[in-house]
Design a protein around this ligand. Structure first.
Ligand code: TXD
Length: 307
């Protein structure tokens, strides 16, 4: 397996490092900044002698080194600063995604593409359209991260970090859709364990999870959990795990939605998105998902694809 991580910044480096630890395949780390991916790759391989892995990590600025990658994780792009919304990043990141996708299509026409760059749902749609790949081979990482954040806030409220599951659907933004009814502690929905105020508090904190970290860091956005989440998804493909993971997927009628990328559970394996899982949603949950998808669609309709 050959896994390329595009962008050797905070998220890309954490993703590459986690992939090396997981021994999911050889890793290529590419960036436009000369020396940055090469330096980080050397540092990581030297850490391998302490951590006990011997994964080959190639740092490069040349797409020729990414040739015939099986999986490509795209993390390149601007990150948020305090006061910015994810949508403020659109035009610059669209340009960056366009240049990267062109290279990936040329050098790795059979790859599975995992998009991380924000605004996530819009950039994933954009990458899909530009690549011309089958939609199952292009998906985005965010719902897994958003669910991990919700798990953290549930653990905080319950004082118990064991056996927590969280379900988060929708876009990676203000219209994210945490679903408390399907979020459980030891198999019991949190709606049966916590009071409505506590549940509402968890939902709000989850939606604000990224902004909270941006506000504290001041110079960029979260990267440990995002990088780990991206590596987890790439590993699921590389090892053909067929694991059900919250994924930003292209919908073709599931949940009554089509021609949009939005967060839903999906089975992830060597084929990419091998199955979209349809949860039995109540009317208000379905409406929240549709509102979220419609907001993403509206932005995508305004994006012009470069020639
Ligand atoms: O859940 C999620 N999907 C996310 C998304 C969670 C966290 C961060 N999220 C987004 O990932 C964030 O809003 C950004 O759009 C990306 C990357 O965030 P990161 O924190 O890694 O940003 P950095 O540290 O600034 O790194 C970006 C790197 C940097 O090294 C640039 O030189 C490089 O991207 N870059 C490029 N690499 C290759 N090719 C091109 N064209 C390029 N342009 C910039």
């Amino acid at each position: 397996m050959k896994i390329t991580v595009v962008g050797a910044g905070n998220v890309g480096a954490q993703c590459a490092y986690r992939l090396a630890q997981k021994q999911a395949g050889e890793v290529v780390l590419i960036d436009v900044v000369a020396g940055l991916p090469q330096g980080k790759a050397l540092d990581m391989m030297q850490a391998g002698f302490i951590e006990g892995f011997s994964t080959k990590i190639k740092g490069t600025n040349d797409y020729k080194d990414t040739k015939d990658s099986n999986v490509v994780v795209i993390t390149a792009g601007l990150a948020r600063k305090p006061g910015m919304s994810r949508d403020d990043l659109i035009s610059k990141n669209a340009e960056i995604i366009a240049s990267i996708v062109k290279n990936i299509v040329q050098y790795s026409p059979k790859a599975i593409l995992i998009i991380v760059t924000n605004p996530l749902d819009v950039m994933t749609y954009f990458a899909y359209k530009l690549s011309g790949f089958d939609h199952r081979r292009v998906f985005g990482m965010a719902p897994l991260l958003d669910a991990a954040r919700m798990q953290y806030f549930i653990a905080e409220a319950c004082g118990d970090a064991n056996n927590i599951y969280a379900e988060v659907l929708g876009s990676h933004g203000d219209l994210m859709v945490p679903v408390p009814r399907f979020s459980t502690v030891k198999g019991k929905p949190i709606t049966e364990i916590l009071n409505p105020e506590q549940v509402n508090n968890i939902e709000q904190k989850t939606k604000n999870g990224g902004a909270e970290i941006v506000g504290l860091l001041k110079t960029g956005s979260a990267y440990y959990a995002p990088g780990s989440a991206a590596a987890h998804m790439a590993e699921a493909v590389a090892k053909d795990k067929k694991e059900v993971i919250g994924t930003c997927c292209y919908l073709t009628g599931e949940y009554g939605l089509s021609d949009v990328y939005i967060g839903v559970p999906a089975k992830i394996g060597r084929g990419g998105v091998e199955e979209v899982i349809e949860l039995d949603l109540l009317a208000p949950e379905k409406k929240a998902l549709h509102d979220s998808a419609n907001a993403v669609k509206e932005i995508c309709e305004k994006l012009t694809l470069p020639k």
